[in-house]
Design a protein around this ligand. Structure first.
Ligand code: MG
Length: 385
């Protein structure tokens, strides 16, 4: 067997690392990589394709309604391994499948000899063009998946996090008629915390409708919907009396002084979402909000999200981890940060009908990380049909 493996490694090196042992298990392919002898001559190859997520319910927030979410799925092949990634692009954020394809076409990973040089590679990719956070995340996630597979370790383990410390995730109840809201709350029986989208003229009705069905804790997301600081503060007091845990982005993202005024007086933590996109925004949010909401599609992926988490923690800020509607690929990638956060809102994959990955799951409302290396996902049967 040892000779077979040496022969395989030699052949694999000649083939640019693209061979796999016939009938070999994933684990045996992994064993060839810790010192990466065969991979030294391999080159990374990025491919991508569009995919449309179908939502189980019409999804309404303060600024829009929709039934689908466009995504782009990425793969980075290297030395017989494949890393998976994803860009999710809800229309209101400005990226599309076309802009992602245009950005990804500029990415040339073949010039990097070592996939583990994440800092160098991802800094170069970030510098290719401004914006494009979701497209950048699609490369970042696939590269982290590949790097974790090369190290044969999942990312929570590489980062030194304890997987037994994962939190419960909230389940989002979109804005809807009282009957549909009550139905959605009943369907969410598994979840211990509900998330409610506010910021329209029926905010109190939404909360009271939910409270007519359950006493579960609620997290509220105003999506910038409240424009008057005194009204925002009054609303937060009203929400506190109804077992709401915190309020996400109460006021428009360009309102800073009034937001700091609200936070100073707020009986509940205030969390920056639209205000806080990337690493420099964490420092900007300090003193204006109580905490930040980290999302891979804003942060350009796992590398910067991890830094945002550590910076926010060092500033004594609260941290929540959020998502767009995404497959279990991007949700699993984000979930590796979850042992170190206060609150999770990682229900994006359970809101869709056509997930094509299996990885991190939600068990009795709590995030359960996969032990598989990288971001811990596998493609499901649906992905091959
Ligand atoms: Mg939000």
């Amino acid at each position: 067997m040892a000779r077979d493996r040496r022969t395989f490694l030699k052949l694999s090196a000649l083939a640019g690392g693209a061979l796999a042992l016939p009938g070999s298990t994933f684990a045996s392919a992994q064993q060839a990589h810790p010192s990466r002898p065969a991979a030294r001559t391999a080159r990374m190859k990025l491919t991508f394709r569009p995919y449309t997520l179908e939502l189980k319910h019409v999804f309404t927030i303060a600024v829009s309604s929709r039934t689908t979410t466009p995504v782009v799925l990425t793969e980075i092949a290297y030395g017989g391994l494949v890393g998976y990634g994803e860009a999710s692009m809800p229309p209101y954020l400005g990226e599309t499948q076309e802009t992602a394809a245009a950005f990804l076409s500029k990415v040339d990973l073949s010039r990097y000899p070592d996939p583990l040089q994440l800092e160098t590679i991802l800094a170069d990719i970030d510098a290719l063009a401004p914006g494009n956070q979701a497209a950048k995340a699609a490369v970042d996630i696939a590269l982290h998946d590949l790097a974790g597979k090369l190290m044969n370790r999942p990312w929570y383990d590489i980062w030194g996090f304890d997987k037994s410390h994962t939190p419960y995730t909230s389940f989002t109840i979109g804005i809807d008629t009282p009957d549909v809201v009550r139905q959605k709350v009943r369907e969410a029986a598994e979840y211990k915390i509900l998330k409610v989208k506010l910021g329209r003229d029926n905010d109190k009705e939404m909360i009271e409708t939910i409270r007519s069905v359950t006493d579960k804790p609620i997290t509220a997301d105003a999506n910038q919907g409240w424009t008057d600081k005194q009204k925002a503060l009054d609303m937060i007091h009203w929400l506190k009396d109804r077992n709401v845990l915190f309020v996400e982005q109460p006021m428009p993202k360009d309102v800073v002084d009034d937001m700091a005024w609200v936070t100073e007086r707020s009986p509940l933590p205030t969390i920056a979402d639209e205000f806080c996109q990337r690493l420099p925004d964490v420092r900007r949010a300090y003193g204006v909000f109580s905490g930040i909401n980290i999302k891979l599609m804003k942060s350009t992926g796992m590398r910067e999200a991890h830094k945002m988490l550590l910076v926010a923690r060092s500033l004594g800020m609260k941290v929540m981890l959020g998502c767009m509607t995404e497959t279990s690929c991007a949700i699993s990638a984000a979930s590796h940060l979850s042992p170190m956060i206060d609150w999770a809102d990682l229900d994006g994959a359970v809101l869709i009908k056509n997930d094509i990955f299996a990885g991190t799951t939600i068990v009795d409302g709590r995030i359960k990380l996969s032990d598989k290396p990288g971001i811990g996902v596998t493609k499901t049967t649906l992905s091959r049909t």
